[in-house]
Design a binder for this molecule. Structure first.
Ligand SMILES: *Cc1c(COP(=O)(O)O)cnc(C)c1O
Ligand SMILES: [Zn+2]
Length: 420
């Protein structure tokens, strides 16, 4: 496959797979010159490998067994020769489903893309599958700057691919998070200092030390994460949803959604273009602020705390690109409060049976905002991209006053009274 890195902003091309930034300062992404995105001819490969024609690498192979690419039989991509290799095979391929009980509360026709069903519970596994597989092919260690879902995901994929993973976390990381990450046995290093600066520092240190840093907007990660959007559009085809609503932090996932739409548009398989709306938490919303102020660049802010900890980012490395993605597709970037996020989390569980983390619940809270402003209409098909599972945390809901304790001998009578 021929993969080139290109810059969305100035169009510059680079023939270097390791580069993360354009000379103009903006992030790069992979451009494939042999992309095939006809729905009918995509292989029936596991998870995100269905879209391998737009990925800059092939699926992982089992070095201990003969036969090269063991995930598919050449010439007949629908048949699997041997079981797929490692958790990279389990990344992606998540369900998209209609959520009719949410329509009334959301104010439109709703669908949920359940990224919580990835191997470590978030869409980060898509980017890790691609980034770690690429590093493993070259026998290189990987690294990441994260203390949340990305750290867990990278550590798990590296364990599965049998390569070293360096995770740089802030010195004051919570014990719970440290345990979630450490179970996969990565090299965790607590860094005392400006954690925000570490992202750029890791981009310098990576090439110097031979560590592939697969950070939130690295080209390999963005390539993998574009498959969230490819799957949604694949599932809808030949119809097209009116809008996708996604939480945004670094802007990596948002950028990848835009890239996927551009590729699908170029392939001529979309009858219309969905709108991309992004949601931030109000206390940490520099992209929403730039959108509201009609700016073309995002100015870093000192963000406050939010219950949506996965998206608390005052200085998003792909902020400008996310902003461009929203504008180009006719979408918006909105901010929602923690109270709205709490309410949305509760509605998603009670009406859709979806246990999502607060960052993901911003999609419903943001939809409320967009419906109020008349941007989303009642008959619009809207996909809420539920980026991560809520099973990693305390639910935090007060005990329901509706759950009585009854003596066993009164159970039958109670049930008769309560169930009509
Ligand atoms: C990482 C993450 C996000 C934000 O994605 P970016 O690519 O950083 O914008 C949103 N939700 C969850 C659950 C995440 O883990
Ligand atoms: Zn550029």
């Amino acid at each position: 496959m021929a993969a080139m890195l290109t810059c969305y902003a100035c169009g510059e091309e680079y023939d270097q797979r390791e580069r993360a930034r354009c000379a103009c300062g903006e992030p790069l992404w992979f451009e494939m010159d042999d992309a095939n995105l006809e729905w009918e001819t995509l292989p029936d490969a596991p998870g995100l490998w269905r879209y391998k024609s737009v990925l800059p690498i092939d699926p992982p192979t089992d070095a201990s067994r003969e036969g090269g690419d063991v995930s598919t039989v050449s010439g007949d991509p629908s048949r699997t020769a041997l079981p797929p290799v490692g958790i990279a095979s389990g990344a992606g391929g998540t369900p998209l489903f209609r959520t009719p009980m949410l329509d009334e509360v959301a104010g439109c026709t709703t669908y949920l893309k359940d990224e919580g069903q990835n191997p470590t519970g978030s869409f980060k596994d898509r980017g890790s599958a691609v980034g770690v597989t690429a590093a493993a092919e070259r026998g290189r260690p990987v690294g990441t700057v994260s203390h949340g879902n990305m750290a867990m995901s990278m550590a798990a994929h590296a364990a599965s691919a049998d390569i070293t993973c360096v995770v740089l976390v802030p010195a004051d990381i919570s014990e719970t998070r440290l345990q979630l990450i450490s179970q996969y046995n990565p090299l965790v290093i607590r860094v005392d200092g400006n954690y925000g600066r570490l992202y750029e520092r890791s981009l310098e240190l990576g090439p110097e030390l031979g560590i592939s840093f697969v950070n939130s907007d690295s080209p390999l990660r963005v390539a993998g994460q574009a498959t969230t959007t490819l799957e949604i559009l694949d599932e809808f085809a030949p119809a097209v949803p009116d809008a996708l609503v996604m939480p945004v932090s670094s802007g990596g996932h948002a950028s990848s959604a835009w890239k996927a739409l551009r590729d699908l548009e170029a392939a001529g398989v979309l009858s219309s273009l969905p709108t991309l709306h992004f949601v931030q938490a109000a206390s940490s919303a520099p992209i929403a602020a730039a959108f509201a102020d009609d700016e073309n660049t995002v100015s870093p802010i000192k963000g406050g705390g939010t219950i949506a900890y996965s998206i608390g980012n005052g200085d998003p490395p792909s902020g400008n690109r996310a902003l461009a993605a929203a504008r180009d597709t006719g979408g918006r970037v909105v901010a929602v409060t923690d109270d709205e996020i709490r309410a949305a989390t509760a509605e998603l569980a009670a009406r859709a049976g979806a246990c999502v983390e607060p960052a993901s619940a911003t999609t419903l809270a943001g939809t409320w905002n967009l419906v109020d402003d008349g941007v989303i209409n009642a008959d619009d098909d809207v996909v809420l991209v539920a980026t991560g599972t809520g099973f990693k945390e305390d639910v935090g809901q007060p005990d329901s006053p509706e759950s009585p304790t009854v003596p066993l001998k009164e159970l039958e009578a109670t049930l008769k009274r309560r169930i009509d």
